[in-house]
Write a protein that binds this ligand. Structure first.
Ligand code: SF4
Ligand code: SF4
Length: 304
């Protein structure tokens, strides 16, 4: 069984399903959403984060790097990403905390033990554990199935936060142990989906229909991005699709775009096209919420 990489374990999370939850963020995703606010979640291997704003340019990382990947660039320092193996030596030596390794592998037992620390909160709040990412459904499914099974047998509510782009058999394997699937819909037009997200939405929508037919409890999550999909026509298309295919939803979350991930792109030395996107106004979000509500959907919320 291959151990996937987890890049964050978030405690006391209240935005990833019902109650107080522990959210496990798995690294690696088949999509490449242009507005992604967790760019460190996109690649599967561990990566080096370089917080330029904390750097004192002491030069230690240049001296200790076994790959010669940290190099002087005039009076500044840059990381040659082709050479960097994310070994973590510079992160251990950097006194300014300007270097960090994103991602760590865990065993199933280690993740269950981590989740178990907050059992009391799950019992009191009706919460549990959410597996998120990146994309959970594209990890080693022997590992994910074993993890879901162990959490389920402990009586924890298991939520899966998914983009839906994975073989359906992966969903079928864990369905018996999952309380709710938090299922993203980003765009309805296949060509636009491919342009902004990297793949078309054929399999994502097919999987949603099959999951619903197989009895899954589904909470739809829709990121709304000004300049991409924050418009009435898109919301109408989503509503029509959900109704036509009788998707059984337990709730709908409308998630307004935010650009808190902007600095993370710099930490990975990647570019970010932020000027293309904007935050939808609060009145527009409320209008979208009402569109769902007036179409008969229950538990429609703005935010997670
Ligand atoms: S060791 Fe840390 S503070 Fe020193 S130059 Fe490297 S990144 Fe900057
Ligand atoms: S993580 Fe390792 S290879 Fe990458 S820059 Fe730091 S010391 Fe060099």
């Amino acid at each position: 069984m291959e151990k996937p990489t987890v890049f964050n374990i978030q405690k006391y999370s209240i935005h990833d399903g019902k109650g107080i939850r522990t959210t496990l963020f798995f690294k690696g995703c088949p999509l490449s959403c242009q507005w992604c606010h967790n760019p460190e979640s996109q690649q599967y291997p561990v990566e080096l984060l370089y917080y330029h704003e904390r750097c004192t340019y002491c030069g230690t990382c240049v001296e200790v790097c076994p790959q010669k990947a940290s190099v002087w660039d005039g009076r500044r320092i840059k990381v040659d990403r082709e050479k960097c193996t994310a070994c973590g030596v510079c992160a251990d030596e950097c006194l300014a905390g300007a270097r960090e390794i994103a991602g760590k592998t865990y065993t199933v037992e280690e993740l269950v033990a981590e989740a178990a620390k907050d059992q009391m909160f799950y019992e009191e709040s009706g919460g549990g554990v959410t597996l998120s990412g990146g994309e959970v459904m594209c990890q080693d499914m022997d590992f994910i199935e074993a993890l879901c099974k162990k959490l389920y047998r402990r009586g924890y509510s298991v939520n899966i936060d998914t983009c839906g782009e994975a073989p359906y058999e992966n969903f079928a394997r864990i369905l018996p142990y999952v309380d709710v699937f938090l299922y993203d819909i980003k765009l309805m037009d296949p060509k636009k989906h491919e342009t902004f997200v990297g793949v078309d939405n054929h399999r994502i929508l097919e999987n949603l229909i099959r999951l619903s037919q197989d009895g899954a409890r589904i909470n739809i999550r829709i990121p709304l991005i000004g300049g991409v999909n924050a418009e009435d026509g898109f919301i109408q298309d989503v509503i029509r699709f959900l109704q036509e295919h009788q998707i059984r939803t337990v709730g709908v979350n409308l998630l307004p775009y935010h650009n808190t991930g902007k600095s993370k792109y710099a930490n990975l030395d990647r570019g970010y096209a932020e000027e293309r996107y904007h935050v939808p106004p609060a009145e527009q979000m409320e209008h979208f919420r009402q569109m769902f509500q007036m179409s008969g959907f229950q538990n429609v919320k703005i935010g997670g």
